[in-house]
Ligand binder design. Structure first.
Ligand SMILES: Cc1cc2nc3c(=O)[nH]c(=O)nc-3n(C[C@H](O)[C@H](O)[C@H](O)COP(=O)(O)O)c2cc1C
Length: 149
């Protein structure tokens, strides 16, 4: 039997104090690790870093998602991790991405528009609104990339 597919949505607060370069280095490192590990775990998802907060969506077999969540709790690069959703899903929203990334620059303009609509405050956002926002951001970014090629 196929294992239950789950989606985790959480936010956390950056715990690395340092220059913009230090933050850049950390993000690169996290993405490199994610893109190396996630395909082996059959995990897909997206990560956003903005306003010193991480917002991440992970989709995959329940045991693999739980295993990663345990690692995240031990990772000292972020703190105050709060789970917004952890639910069974019929299909993936980020099936094409081992870990898509939406950075501050890409997010800024749209983030303001989203904020006007729903008040972007991860502490007050539902898992569903967060997923929807990240999904729109990743698709828009992907479209821009395709157009510039
Ligand atoms: C915000 C954030 C997101 C992360 N996302 C992932 C991820 O999607 N996949 C992953 O394997 N590790 C991720 N990590 C890193 C894990 O916490 C952990 O360091 C890593 O999985 C260890 O893998 P390694 O033993 O291969 O170095 C993330 C860390 C942070 C701070």
């Amino acid at each position: 039997m196929q294992e239950e597919l789950r989606r985790l949505v959480y936010y956390s607060v950056n715990a690395i104090e340092g220059s913009a370069d230090d933050i850049d280095h950390m993000l690169r490192d996290i993405l490199e690790t994610s893109r190396r590990n996630n395909p082996k775990l059959n995990i897909t998802g997206a990560l956003m870093f903005n306003a010193n907060c991480f917002v991440q969506v992970l989709e995959g077999p329940r045991a693999a998602v739980e295993q990663l969540l345990q690692r995240f709790h031990l990772d000292k690069r972020h703190k105050s991790l709060a789970v917004l959703a952890f639910s069974p899903i019929p299909e993936r929203a980020f099936g094409e991405w081992s870990m898509a990334f939406v950075g501050a620059r890409a997010a800024d303009g749209r983030l303001e528009a989203f904020a006007a609509e729903s008040g972007f405050d991860p502490t007050r956002m539902s898992g569903e609104a967060t997923l929807d926002f990240l999904h729109k951001m990743v698709l828009a970014q992907d479209q821009e990339l395709r157009q510039s090629c």
